[in-house]
Design a protein around this ligand. Structure first.
Ligand SMILES: C[S@@+](CC[C@H](N)C(=O)[O-])C[C@H]1O[C@@H](n2cnc3c(N)ncnc32)[C@H](O)[C@@H]1O
Length: 296
């Protein structure tokens, strides 16, 4: 098990910052690994004039970062905001335009090791899985209420299960959920294992539930519909995804913007971690980075 979160594609993310950038937004703050690296990169003489807004849907992350700031560990020009990244435009849209906007979509190390939050197949804890703990719907609520048809669709769309397999799993879960109770991770794991699903498939089902409970694709879709309007001329948006469905969404949206001739793809193909990075950090294996620039 990893001892801490290792940020992914850090050099590539930092190299993409426009030299003149003064307004930077990290829409998925997590532990702040990318922000620290960006801070190192720009701090020499421009940092005092650079404003960074740092956003996360997980209030636990934001509270911690605010505590660090109160203790003097972050400059005044960094702001931490508890909000989903697709709502960035609601914050102060009229007052500023963004020069560099980063998303690193997924879970961080703490989500995996904190059994209370239930993001991992390996740890036992309440069946929760919410990024935002103020949201009412936990993984248990979802699994207790979902129809077999909707669950089957989700398993096909986000877990790549073939239709017959997806239907079988969904029917089994729905049929047995009351008897099992689904109070904890282990309850759910047991239900999946009763169907003879191996660890890898169990992990995929867990991931599908996480994606749905947190409306992860909905957030990305809404973001992709609007982010371009928040960028300053010459500003860039960089997005790291870990799931093929998300990468397809980003690729399609960037391609459409590129066609409009107001935007340019910074790299035609997705940037992937080097072999060394993949060996050092297994979590980086499926990462893809795409960057787009708004023309001046
Ligand atoms: C992979 S981590 C980011 C790690 C960070 N870049 C680093 O280097 O430390 C992804 C973060 O995105 C947050 N997140 C997920 N969905 C979000 C959303 N819709 N809006 C804002 N933050 C979100 C999660 O809570 C998590 O902390």
């Amino acid at each position: 098990m990893l001892k801490k979160h290792i940020s992914i594609l850090v050099d590539e993310v930092c190299d993409a910052i426009p030299q003149w950038a003064k307004n930077i937004v990290d829409g998925t703050a997590g532990h702040g690994g990318h922000i620290r690296a960006m801070y190192e990169k720009v701090k020499v003489d421009t940092w005092q004039e650079t404003t960074i807004r740092w956003i996360d849907k997980d209030g636990v992350m934001i509270d911690r970062l605010n505590t660090q700031k109160n203790e003097g560990n972050w400059p005044d020009s960094i702001y931490f905001l508890h909000t989903p990244y697709d709502a960035i435009g609601d914050i102060e849209s009229i007052k500023w335009k963004i020069d560099y906007l980063l998303l690193d979509i997924g879970i961080n190390w703490e989500h995996v090791v904190d059994a209370e939050r239930w993001f991992s197949i390996k740890a036992d804890g309440p069946l929760d899985m919410r990024f935002d703990t103020t949201q009412w719907k936990t993984a248990r609520d979802y699994l207790m209420l979902v129809s077999p048809e909707n669950l089957s669709c989700a398993l096909q769309a986000y877990g790549d299960f073939p239709p017959i397999r997806a239907k079988k799993i969904a029917d089994y879960i729905v049929h047995n959920r009351r008897k099992n109770g689904l109070a904890t991770t282990n309850d759910f794991k047991k239900l999946l294992q009763d169907m003879w699903l191996g660890n890898r498939r169990c992990a995929i089902v867990y991931q599908v539930v996480r994606i749905v409970v947190n409306d992860e694709l909905g957030h990305l879709e809404r973001f992709l519909e609007t982010f371009w309007d928040w960028l300053a001329p010459g500003g860039r948006c960089a997005i790291i995804t870990f799931h093929s469905v998300e990468d397809r969404q980003v690729k399609k949206a960037f391609k459409e913007l590129h066609k409009s001739s107001n935007f340019t793809l910074v790299s035609k193909k997705a940037i992937q971690p080097s072999r060394q990075e993949k060996e050092k950090n297994k979590a980086s294996r499926s990462a893809k980075l795409r960057i787009i620039e708004r023309n001046r």
